[in-house]
Design a protein around this ligand. Structure first.
Ligand SMILES: *Cc1c(COP(=O)(O)O)cnc(C)c1O
Length: 444
């Protein structure tokens, strides 16, 4: 990074939350629907790299990246410049009315970098959920089948179809039904909680048996899976699981859809998490880190599948907005120029080492897992595998009070996850992990 506007260090000048954040939070309670909640009420004024400055002048370490979005860092110079310039040229035409080069260039970039060297096409949307919805539309159209197979602990979004695809009741689904039909849930490979020693191939056979028995091959349009589950708890399937499921799909005319909305764009140390085992999906959904903080999502797929959909069957008013598109091109160029995939691997090694040291001192850390800069610990009651969501809540709050933004996740709410910007400086990561270690020590 060139000389930063904002010093890349943690600096706390008030109690957290400070007085101005508290004022804003009072206004918020009167104005904002409480269904939309925040992890901790620190109101942000500006940011750069891995530091956010709140309205009271506190410099916070961001180990969440706005849920894996600002992988290139806050206010990444190339992204800022591209967005400012594009906003001054034109901010919208609707690609379905008057097209523009920026949309085409993002599709070219996606087709070039997503797994597989076959011919591909892409379509752009606004949010991850919208991309998932469209991937399912395409799969149903192409196969003439309706069944969508998803996994336990899956998260695919909050719209009606994607709520149906998402596994967890609270807070995502409770009293929001009825849900879209023809969705079938099967077992995920979850090494920490599966029978001891279960291999990826055995976990895949378990899932396939459930699909064949509950859905039937003739009715299955697609299998939709996060190659590493995000909201469900950073669950990394056992080696061999994804290749075996993908192979079964290929043999049975079922489309294999990888939801790489959280794992994509260098987060796991590869461009995409599927790259790790050389899995090539038929369709892939992307969003989050693609556009450096601007809203943009995509479906990329085999040309013959994408070309099957009738003209006019896909789209939307804002999908592939030009300002978001130039942000994506700048983010992708930054990832390439700075080799952020390699940076993610290094960050993962540092976090893994620190987590292992914390685990040696704290029996409440049941499992450590993740890949690259997507790392988590699963918290349990010592001596058991019983989930401890209260510990996760306390640790996340203690980190925030000390100026370090962390997140929890997991079907049981007991997983503490880190998703730092991939440009984070080593000293800053070290300081953030020190705060986390203190919060964990305070647990016992
Ligand atoms: C975040 C996420 C989504 C939903 O994306 P939105 O942009 O919030 O609609 C879907 N799938 C996965 C794996 C995600 O992490």
């Amino acid at each position: 990074m060139d000389t930063p506007r904002i010093n890349q260090s943690r600096r706390i000048v008030t109690e957290l939350p400070g007085p101005r954040s508290k004022e804003l939070d009072a206004r918020r309670r009167a104005a904002v629907a409480p269904g939309v909640s925040s992890v901790f009420p620190l109101y942000i004024e500006r940011g750069e790299g891995a530091v956010l400055v709140d309205v009271d002048g506190n410099s916070l370490i961001d180990l969440g990246s706005g849920i894996a979005v600002v992988s290139v860092g806050h206010a990444a110079p190339a992204v800022v410049e591209a967005v400012q310039a594009q906003a001054a040229e034109f901010a919208h035409t609707c690609f379905m009315v008057s097209p523009y080069e920026q949309y085409v260039a993002v599709c070219e970039a996606l087709n070039a970098r997503t797994p597989g060297d076959h011919e591909k096409r892409s379509a752009l949307f606004n949010s991850g959920a919208e991309a998932v919805e469209n991937a399912v539309k395409i799969a149903r159209h192409v196969t003439g089948r309706q069944g969508v197979v998803v996994f336990d602990h899956a998260y695919h979004g909050r719209t009606n179809l994607t709520m149906a695809l998402t596994a967890k009741n609270m807070p995502y689904r409770n009293r929001f039904g009825p849900f879209a039909p023809e969705v079938y849930r099967v077992a995920m490979s979850y090494p920490y909680r599966d029978p001891e020693g279960m291999t990826g191939a055995e976990a895949a056979a378990r899932a396939v048996e459930q699909i064949e028995r509950q859905v039937g091959v003739d009715n299955a349009a697609c299998v939709l899976i996060e190659p590493i589950q995000g909201e469900g708890g950073f669950i990394v399937p056992a080696p061999g699981f994804l290749p075996a499921v993908a192979e079964w799909c290929r043999a049975n005319g079922v489309l294999f859809i990888a939801d790489e909305i959280q794992t994509g764009f260098c987060r796991t140390g590869d461009w995409f998490a599927c790259d790790d085992e050389g899995v090539v999906p038929d369709l892939i959904t992307t969003a989050k880190a693609m556009a450096g903080g601007m809203p943009l999502a995509a479906v990329t797929g085999r040309a013959e599948l994408m070309d099957d959909v009738h003209v006019g069957g896909l789209g939307g008013t804002y999908g592939g907005n030009p300002v978001s598109c130039v942000a994506a091109l700048a983010s992708i160029a930054t990832m390439e120029d700075q080799d952020l995939a390699a940076a993610a691997t290094k960050i993962g090694a540092v976090i893994g080492e620190r987590f292992t040291a914390m685990q040696a001192r704290n029996p409440g850390i049941g499992d450590i897992r993740g890949r690259g800069a997507m790392m988590a610990m699963e918290l349990v009651r010592p001596g058991t595998t019983e989930p401890d969501p209260d510990a996760a809540r306390r640790i996340v709050a203690a980190c925030h009070r000390a100026g370090v933004i962390t997140l929890s996740c997991g079907s049981y709410g007991n997983v503490l996850r880190l998703l730092p910007p991939l440009v984070i400086e080593p000293e800053l990561l070290d300081d953030g992990l020190g705060v986390l270690a203190d919060a964990i020590s305070a647990e016992r």
